[in-house]
Design a binder for this molecule. Sequence first.
Ligand code: FAD
Length: 318
Amino acid sequence: MKITEHIDNAKGKTLFSFELLPPMKGQSMEGIYKAIDPLMEFNPPFIDVTSSREDLFYSETPDGNIKKATYRKRPGTVAVCAAIKHKYRVDTVPHLICGGFTKEETEYALIDLQFLGIDNVLVLRGDARKADPGFIPTPGGHCYATDLLEQVTNMNNGIYLHEYQDSSYKTDFCIGVAAYPEKHFEAPNLKTDFKYLKQKVDNGANFIVTQMFFDNSKYKAFVNLCRENGINVPIIPGLKPITTAKQLVNLPKIFHIDIPEDLSDAIHACKNDKDVKEVGIEWMINQCKELVKFGVPVLHFYTMGNPEPTKRIARAIF
Ligand code: FAD
């Protein structure tokens, strides 16, 4: 079922969902199931699975040489989605990214998803490779999420990459895109970033999932801006509780978000990470309660493979 249908069927009740990373190359699905099992009691209508680009890795060979290799650390997004859908009878949302994939590879992935009965995709540009100064498109791939979105909407209209194919069959993907209540870090300002978000929605995006945030007023202002400018699709807030003191530095560094002073002060006052986790969970529970009152369609958690803090928050809310 489409995300938009799940939201419509909920008739204003806030839903619970979460995001997972595929297992590291060489690991099994068991870790994924362990991350899902504790959260199934909250009846998530859908689970997101991230996608990652190839990266550059160096390793030392037994003779002391340094070996350079390029590979994807967490492959298997489509297969992980299929396995979760099959085991839990829940919808899955594979993330599709521009980086690391040619348009042909993306088309094949979309055909696989359609055959698997997966109805939703979240289309993204994807992160830059760690070794690169910024995002470098893959030759034969897409530059921006808008371009990838166009490929998916084309397939929804029966337009495939090559004319010689029989393109009478139309896919019917429900398409999500990312948004940043505190601005995407490369955008010169919120207005420019917003222009491209609007373009994504005008060109066929059916729902939006936001970057994590710790200050609800930023999310609310962002939603209001969207509504004032004719963006009427559901805007799903992305949420992550802080669980270690290190994250006070890492989250702003990696995700380009602000941590409110009250939260950072409370974390600085903690003696250890056990206390930090309690502060982070408490903060997130309060944030979620307020978001539910605000009428958010879904509370969507970035679990990063650790279900326990999310479970405690969900218990307090649902
Ligand atoms: P875009 O919408 O393409 O925007 C990127 C930048 O370019 C922005 O600054 C925007 O303002 C600008 N821009 C957009 N369109 C144009 C245009 N046509 N011309 C000029 N400028 C333009 N990363 C992963 O690698 N894997 C994942 O699974 C993943 N999941 C995510 C899930 C969510 C909910 C979010 C919020 C992010 C996720 N990311 C993931 C990170 C994301 O890929 C990065 O933030 C990336 O830098 C931007 O992706 P985007 O889709 O927002 O890009």
